[in-house]
Write a protein that binds this ligand. Structure first.
Ligand SMILES: Cc1cc2nc3c(=O)[nH]c(=O)nc-3n(C[C@H](O)[C@H](O)[C@H](O)COP(=O)(O)OP(=O)(O)OC[C@H]3O[C@@H](n4cnc5c(N)ncnc54)[C@H](O)[C@@H]3O)c2cc1C
Length: 398
């Protein structure tokens, strides 16, 4: 069977589904395929227990896609980002610095949502759009491109001719491979544990990043759970250490968490499973090929620091949608794709480099280097203009 569409999106992760809603809301005919059905409940097997903090600029993208109004009632606002250095002799806070969103405007830095909820709301939004077809259980199997279209064979035997093929099929993107686009990646020997906890001391909408060794331990506010303050945690450590922590009985794990959190929120109670994520940095050599645009982790992967990953992806998406709407007849043509690559690649490259540096700094084990890191945090923070510039840069504001 042969079908035609404007845009075929390979991959229905958070990025691919958001892209389907955004292009659909902009009036394009969209087909989105993914071999895995989206898991849309917190308790289901395979639920993505990570949360995503959408930073300020993401809101306009979500509004235009018709997603924001669905998500807003579930949002946990991030008003302050607290950086804590606990790199001294004992695991205690020795420097605490608050980056307050009120210093740069009226809005919070962003809003945090569980990933399973993002999937549930995005799938529901897509169902409202008659011009969008989402096909879970179907994969991209083969890709051929010509100057006027991408011809994609799906795993159910259907052939789709699309003016634009968007690769949102993750860090090992089969579409990127088929296009012959290489990547540069960096491995850190690190993994992340992601889970949620409740705690007696409220988070007051403060996101807290605690640095000692091995990588950051980050608490991001979630709405209360069973009447108790609740946070999502991403705990980065060396690979073997993460596997050891993931296998610990709950009581022992909670004791280790309490120590690593420097006791800042009181005893932490684990309320979800623990999921393990490999940590790498990666950037594709190009973000485009004939009739193909790479989006999100197919284009770039960063360690989860400063909530940059999916936020970069939404900036990719905003750029693609803007170019598509500016010249709908030239969707997927070489000039459009080159403009996309030129706008996004240098910006993404700079962020990947910056986050790589932050991650290496956070991993430091040797005491004198940890002291140097604490000194640098103090110095950067004490200069108000530098502090404000850092906050704006973190948000992707100009
Ligand atoms: C612990 C952790 C915490 C994070 N926290 C944040 C945060 O707070 N803020 C933030 O901005 N980012 C965060 N990130 C990053 C963010 O989660 C990722 O950027 C995002 O989930 C990746 O989305 P994606 O859709 O590109 O990839 P994926 O979620 O990997 O989706 C790719 C999809 O492609 C599908 N696929 C594979 N093969 C095919 C095929 N042949 N055909 C069709 N489909 C295919 C897969 O089934 C999958 O569903 C975090 C990451 C981690 C690890």
């Amino acid at each position: 069977m042969r079908e035609t569409t404007d845009i075929l999106i390979s991959g229905g992760g958070v990025a691919g589904l958001t892209a389907a809603a955004a292009f659909g809301a902009a009036g394009f005919r969209v087909t989105c395929v993914d071999p895995a059905p989206p898991v849309t409940g917190a308790e289901e097997d395979g639920a993505d227990l990570r949360t995503t903090a959408f930073l300020q600029p993401a809101r306009a993208v979500l509004e235009a896609a018709g997603l924001w109004e669905r998500l807003a009632p579930h949002a946990a606002a991030l008003k302050v980002m607290r950086i804590v250095d606990a790199g001294g002799e004992a695991p205690e806070p020795r420097i605490v610095k608050d980056f307050d969103a009120a210093e740069i405007g009226e809005e919070p830095f962003g809003w945090n949502f569980p990933n399973w909820l993002l999937r549930r709301e995005t799938v529901a939004r897509i169902a409202e759009l008659p011009n969008v077809s989402f096909r879970p259980g179907v994969a991209t199997a083969r890709v051929l491109t010509r100057t006027d279209a991408a011809l994609v064979t799906l795993s159910d035997g259907t052939t789709v001719s699309a003016r634009l093929l968007v690769a949102a099929d993750g860090r090992a993107s089969p579409v990127r491979e088929a296009a012959g686009i290489g990547v540069k990646n960096t491995r850190y020997g690190q993994k992340a544990l992601a889970f949620a906890v409740t705690h007696p001391i409220p988070h007051d909408n403060v996101s807290t990043e605690i640095h000692r060794t091995g990588g950051p331990f980050t608490l991001v506010p979630l709405p209360d759970r069973d009447g108790r303050p609740c946070s999502a945690i991403v705990w980065m450590e060396t690979g073997p250490e993460v596997l050891r922590l993931a296998a610990l009985p709950v009581a022992e794990f909670e004791a280790e968490m309490l120590a690593r959190s420097a006791g800042l929120f009181g005893p932490l109670t684990l309320v979800t499973r623990r999921s393990v994520w490999p940590i790498i940095s990666q950037i594709a050599d190009r973000f485009e090929a004939e009739r193909i645009a790479l989006l999100a982790e197919a284009a770039h992967v960063v360690p989860p620091i400063g909530a940059q990953g999916l936020n970069m992806s939404l900036a990719d998406l905003a750029c693609l949608v803007e170019l598509a709407k500016a010249a709908p007849d030239r969707l997927g043509e070489r000039a459009m794709l080159l403009a996309y690559h030129r706008r996004r690649w240098p910006e993404v490259k700079a962020r990947v480099t910056g986050i790589d540096l932050l991650n290496r700094t956070s991993m430091l084990g040797a005491r004198p280097l940890r002291d140097l890191r604490a000194g640098a945090l103090n110095a950067l923070y004490s200069l108000a203009p530098v502090r404000r510039t850092l906050m704006k840069a973190g948000l992707g504001m100009r």
